[in-house]
Write a protein that binds this ligand. Structure first.
Ligand code: SF4
Length: 410
């Protein structure tokens, strides 16, 4: 029987990385990992090899983590990047009814809210004054939204703080905006771009398999619609992130198919900035309460998904992000040893995961991020949304003193 990784074994690696770990690999896994390490290209794996890696346990899983960490150091270096940003969830009123969501409310519920354009602008100004370079704006989908409301949000923010990067509107919101305005998708996206939309979150992906989507949220956009919105955004010059929600009712085969789909799209458009695995936060969701989903990812699954993403997307998407609000701090550090290289955003407020029961808090200050990154022997660096500007945040002498190691640069 393959042995399982124990939490204490994983914990002992948290600050050390995987140095000195020499797992006893099965021949198939060894051949697959050797090939990816040699070519630095996940596209050299066969579909069967991808499935084998996704199902790995014990020493094979350990080997996957070690290989992903090595590949990360070769492809993304020893920097851990983050962006200083603010989340603005402008309303929690939503008619879509996703079963994994604990954030949405009906319009007459006592704790429903809808922020005015002035309030969204005020929050953006406040964020800018506190050093944010990005606002991430998403919300529920309320009935009767004024047809050009998403455009108006962009105008309000840009008028108040022209230098702010606006990362906004999930593909579901884009589909809703198209429906409200009656505009063709490409025209609608171009209009948003011309009014200040910088990038689009590749959220609302969950698992890109319509059978699973029908259970998670039967009213949500289909897999084909998600792909169409993202491909059209890329064609219009709007880059996006890519995401996957794991740890609910999906199987490892879904992870593989989603990563390969994203890889294929990236080969065509080059429009993805990063891949963000999003662990399912189950506590306050119907999906879990109705017995349709497991209780979130196991420790091994968290690590495996990040490592698998690094391996399968090697040569295609270079940034693998940990979503610290859905993990705890230790676990996010561990995932940074399993292939990830980006800490995401500082998120001056974060409502969605908190409502679902995540405990990682609403905000991590840039200084906290720097300490968390230094603790694992890596180099903190603030980035902009598109990773085109990177600013290393600690002097080398301080790094050497705090970590006791010479930093290696890629
Ligand atoms: S995930 Fe988004 S679309 Fe789905 S119910 Fe929640 S707020 Fe609405």
């Amino acid at each position: 029987m393959p042995r399982e990784l124990s939490p204490s074994e994983l914990e002992s690696f948290r600050s050390l990385g995987w140095a000195g770990v020499t797992p006893m690999l099965s021949p198939t896994v060894r051949r697959a990992l050797d090939r990816v390490l040699e070519t630095q290209n996940g596209g050299t794996l066969s579909l069967d090899e991808c499935f084998t890696l996704a199902h790995s346990t014990g020493d094979d899983l350990l080997g996957l983590l070690v290989a992903a960490d090595l590949l990360r150091s070769e492809l993304a270096g020893n920097l851990v990047t983050y962006v200083v940003n603010r989340n603005i969830n402008f309303t929690n009123v939503c008619f879509v009814g996703c079963k994994f969501c604990a954030f949405s409310r009906g319009p007459r519920e006592s704790d429903s809210y809808f922020l005015s354009l002035e309030e969204v602008a005020r929050k953006s100004v406040e964020a800018w004054q506190l050093g944010a370079t990005e606002v991430c704006i998403q919300g529920g989908l309320p009935h009767g939204l004024p047809p050009f409301y998403y455009r108006d949000i962009l105008r309000a923010v840009k008028n108040a703080v022209p230098g702010m990067h606006i990362h906004a509107f999930s593909p579901m919101e884009i589909v809703y905006g198209v429906e409200l305005t009656g505009m063709p998708l490409a025209d609608y996206l171009s209009m948003l771009r011309d009014n200040g939309l910088g990038t689009l979150p590749g959220t609302a992906a969950e698992i890109l398999d319509d059978e699973v989507r029908m259970v998670l949220s039967r009213n949500k956009l289909s897999t084909a619609q998600w792909i169409e919105v993202i491909r059209t955004a890329h064609r219009c010059g709007i880059r996006t992130t890519s995401t996957m929600m794991y740890g609910h009712m999906e199987t490892p085969a879904h992870w593989v198919r989603q990563m390969l789909l994203i890889r294929e799209m990236q080969q065509d458009t080059g429009g993805f900035t990063e891949f963000v695995p999003l662990g399912f936060v189950h506590q306050n969701t119907l999906l879990f309460q109705q017995g349709l989903a497991r209780s979130g990812p196991t420790l091994a699954e968290h690590l495996k998904v990040h490592a698998l993403a690094r391996i399968l997307l090697a040569g295609s998407i270079n940034n693998i992000q940990v979503s610290w609000v859905k993990l705890n701090r230790k676990l996010s550090q561990l995932c940074l040893h399993a292939g990830a290289n980006d800490y995401g955003g500082t998120l001056m407020e974060e409502n969605i995961s908190r409502e679902a029961g995540a405990t990682a808090g609403q905000y991590t200050s840039p200084e906290d991020f720097q300490s968390l990154i230094l603790e694992i022997g890596r180099i903190p660096a603030e980035r902009n949304t598109s990773y085109s500007r990177i600013n290393i945040k600690v002097p080398l002498e301080q790094f050497t003193a705090e970590v006791g190691l010479e930093p290696e640069f890629a």
